[in-house]
Structure formats: C-alpha cells, structure tokens
Write a protein that binds this ligand. Structure first.
Ligand code: RFL
Ligand code: PHB
Length: 389
C-alpha cells in the first residue's frame, strides 16, 4: 500500500491533520493503536483558543462546535479566598470556547468516516522505517497480519508515549523536561457548573479548578500527590476537598453529583527538539507536553498541525519545501511560549511540597501584582486566549 502521508495516532492532532489533508486532495492513512471507543472515552481538554476554533472550521468540522460550544469572555483566579476576574474580552478583544476534546475528536472521526479516508484502528506494534531516506514506510500488525504502508512523509501524532519520537536515534534529539510533584484528579458530573466561567483557585490546601462541558455538565479538578490513585477518592471525599479549596461563594454554588469519570493526570512540562527528522514530523503531545493549568495542550497540537499542514500543502501544490523546512522552528517558537505560560500558571497556583515560607510570600506577591496591574493582567489574558500563529 502507498499513500502520501502516513499519520500515526488518531488523537486530535492526527485527525485534524488528516482532515485538512483530505480536503486538499492529499492522500493520507491513519494508524492508531487503540479502538475508536477508547479514543473517544478519554476525557481531557475543554478550552479552545480562537485559532483552534478557526482551524476546525477550516477543516469543515465547525458546525456542532458553533452550535454547542460555550463562548467565554473571561475566567477567575482565586488566591487564598480572594477572587479576581480576568476580562479576556476587555483585555484582548478575544474569547475562548469551552467544547470538550471528546466532542472535537468525535466530529473529526465522523468527518473522516464520511470522507471515506482509510484508518487502521487497533493496529499493534507500529514501526517506522527509513524516514531518514527518500522512501519511508510504516509497518504494523492489523487483524493478525503484518502490513506495510509506503509514503512520502510520516506525521508522528501519537502522543507522549507513542512510537514516533521513540524511533529517533538518541543522538539526533534533545529533550527538556520538568516533572511536577503533583497531579490533577479530575471528576466529570452531570450537574450544572458552579460558575458560568472557569475558576482557577489556589488555597492553603492546594489547587482546584471549576470547569464545565455544557450548562448541565461540570468538570472539576483538585491537585493531588503525583502517585495518588483515583480509587482512594469517593465522590463525597472529592467534593468536600474541592469546596475546602474554593472561595466561599464558589464553594456554596458547587452542586455535587455522581462521577461519570474520575482519573489522575500527573503534571509535566516536556519539549523535544527538533520536531523534524528527515521525512518524520512530530506534532502535538508526541513532541511536547504542558501541564494543563494554562489550557494549552490541545491548542498547541492544533497550531503544530496548522504549520505542518501548510508545509505539506506547499510541498504538493507549489513544489516548495520552504514550509516543511521551517516547520520545526516555527512550531517550537510557539510551543516554548506556551510552555513558559503553563509553567508560570502552575507555579503561581499550586502548592509545592518543598515550598518555603519565602516561596509562599512570592506567590502571594505575584497574585497581588497580577490583580493590581493592567499590564500583568493583559499579559495573562493574551497568553490564555492564545498567541498568534
Ligand atoms: P493524544 O490525544 O495523546 O493522541 C495520541 C494518539 O496516538 C495513539 N498512539 C499510538 N498510535 C499508534 N501507535 C502507537 N505506538 C501509539 N501510541 C499512541 C494514542 O492512542 C492516541 O489516540 O495526542 P494529541 O493528538 O497530540 O493531542 C494532545 C491533547 O490530547 C492534549 O494536549 C490535551 O488533552 C492536553 N489538555 C488540555 N489541552 C488544552 O488545550 N486545553 C485544556 O483545557 C486541556 N486540559 C489536558 C487537559 C490534558 C489532560 N490530561 C489528562 C493529560 C486536562 C487534562 C486532565
Ligand atoms: C477542562 O475543562 O478540562 C480544563 C479547563 C481548563 C484547564 C484545564 C482543563 O486549564
């Protein structure tokens, strides 16, 4: 089998790239390790930047997003019980859209099915070959048989634990990493959200976040030790801890409900450089990870896909490799700014087990400065709504 682009991974990065390529007549095949139901069951991101929304429209999957996505003009930061609204619209003229990653994934999967583009789900033992030469190939086991797809390019969209980055010789790649000593325990419930906008709260008991998926479905998070097990948390324990960490008026507005999903995500910052190795390109979590505090992971996957798609389109339509040659540097320049923002939001809002009283005073001063300075607020708002592509 031959195709123009093999995409490894059917998360949002792989599916979005596939959809953009298909719409421009560029042949592609997706190879995914899991089944479609497993991919759809992963509850993750919820906040989309305007650039991500625009890209989803460009990919032809903007209809349900336009109908059901919730436009938010701001969000709140609470620190030791004091709450301050960040007026995104007033400070930047932009909004963000609350629309779950599962919905994005479902819309993209349906569009791919409708277009009849080839995908292999439940592909085992995916291996990459000869991506440093002119004729790369990807092999995998599907329905018990070993298969091979030859291609012009490989897009590594297979997430942090995928096969693509792991296939690159150690000497050709440099990685940068910060592992945080905590994770987020998330809970999804069919109850109205505590507030009509997101509330990020830092307290003496640790961080908490009130988010949502719809006017009737809430998503909450609390900071927990990195190796915590979700089984240790009954729904009752979760809601008691959540409320303890929120300002009184927000805590009072929380409606507890049975969990539809509850899981722990450890926090990490990670960047691989470069993002290109011959004819292999890494995009999304395969190339970088940010802690979720800035709501940037899915949005970075989208901006990578934008740059990579433009490069591939130019290659086929204009016979120019300028975009592909610039891919790694362009993507990384945006990635590092989001890594910085996510790291700084994480530092400001979380309780670090090793923090000294000095560190704690610095965090308080940073919050005080933020809420008293239009310049500081504008900086947070500009990063939160998303830096330009
Ligand atoms: P994904 O979604 O991990 O998809 C990778 C796909 O590749 C498959 N795969 C393989 N396929 C073939 N062969 C192999 N060897 C393979 N290994 C893996 C996997 O099965 C999977 O289907 O990566 P992608 O597409 O790059 O998308 C990235 C986003 O999923 C991620 O950045 C966000 O979810 C991060 N994130 C958030 N991002 C935001 O922009 N806004 C948010 O509000 C936000 N909140 C979050 C988040 C991530 C969280 N967790 C759980 C880490 C909240 C949480 C709690
Ligand atoms: C979410 O709704 O899952 C969510 C929202 C904002 C974040 C992280 C996660 O910063």
């Amino acid at each position: 089998m031959h195709t123009q682009v093999v995409i490894v991974g059917a998360g949002p990065a792989g599916l979005l790239l596939g959809q953009l390529l298909t719409r421009h007549g560029i042949d592609n095949v997706i190879i995914e390790r899991r089944g479609p139901d497993h991919v759809l069951a992963r509850i993750r991101a919820g906040v989309l930047e305007q650039g991500t929304v625009a890209l989803l429209h460009e990919a032809g999957v903007g209809q349900r997003l336009a109908e059901e996505g919730l436009a938010h003009d701001g969000f709140s930061i609470a620190f030791e019980g004091r709450q301050h609204r960040v007026d995104l619209k007033g400070l930047t003229g932009k909004q963000v859209t609350v629309y779950g990653q599962t919905e994005v994934t479902q819309d993209l999967m349906e569009a791919r099915r409708a277009a009849g583009t080839t995908s292999f789900y439940e592909a085992e033992d995916v291996q990459l070959h000869d991506f440093d030469g002119a004729s790369p190939r990807v092999s995998f086991t599907y329905e018990g048989k070993r298969r091979r797809v030859a291609c012009d390019f490989i897009a590594g969209c297979d997430g942090f634990h995928g096969a693509c980055r792991a296939s690159v010789p150690a000497g050709a790649i440099e990685t940068f990493e910060r592992v945080y000593p905590f994770g987020w325990l998330g809970l999804l419930t069919d109850r109205p959200p505590a507030s009509h906008e997101l509330v990020y709260a830092s307290s003496a008991f640790g961080f908490a976040l009130c988010s949502m998926r719809s006017p009737t479905r809430s998503r909450y998070y609390v900071q927990v030790p990195r190796d915590e097990s979700a089984e240790a948390w009954s729904d009752e324990r979760f809601f008691a801890e959540l409320r303890r960490r929120l300002p009184d008026e927000v805590a009072a507005a929380v409606t507890p409900g049975p969990s539809l999903e509850k899981s722990v995500a450890p926090l990490r910052s990670f960047v691989a450089e470069p993002l290109r190795f011959g004819r292999l390109f890494l995009a999304g979590d395969a190339g970088h990870i940010v802690p979720p505090t800035g709501a940037k992971g899915l949005n970075l996957a989208a901006s990578d896909v934008h740059y990579l798609f433009e490069g591939l389109r130019e290659h086929y339509a204009e016979r120019s490799d300028a975009g592909l040659d610039a891919y790694s540097a362009r993507a990384l320049a945006r990635v590092w700014k989001a890594v910085r923002f996510s790291w700084s939001m994480t530092n400001l809002l979380h309780l670090f087990p090793e923090a000294s009283p000095f560190d704690q005073r610095i965090r308080r001063a940073e919050f005080d400065y933020l809420v008293q300075s239009q310049a500081a607020l504008a900086s947070v708002a500009e990063n939160y709504v998303g830096l330009p592509y």
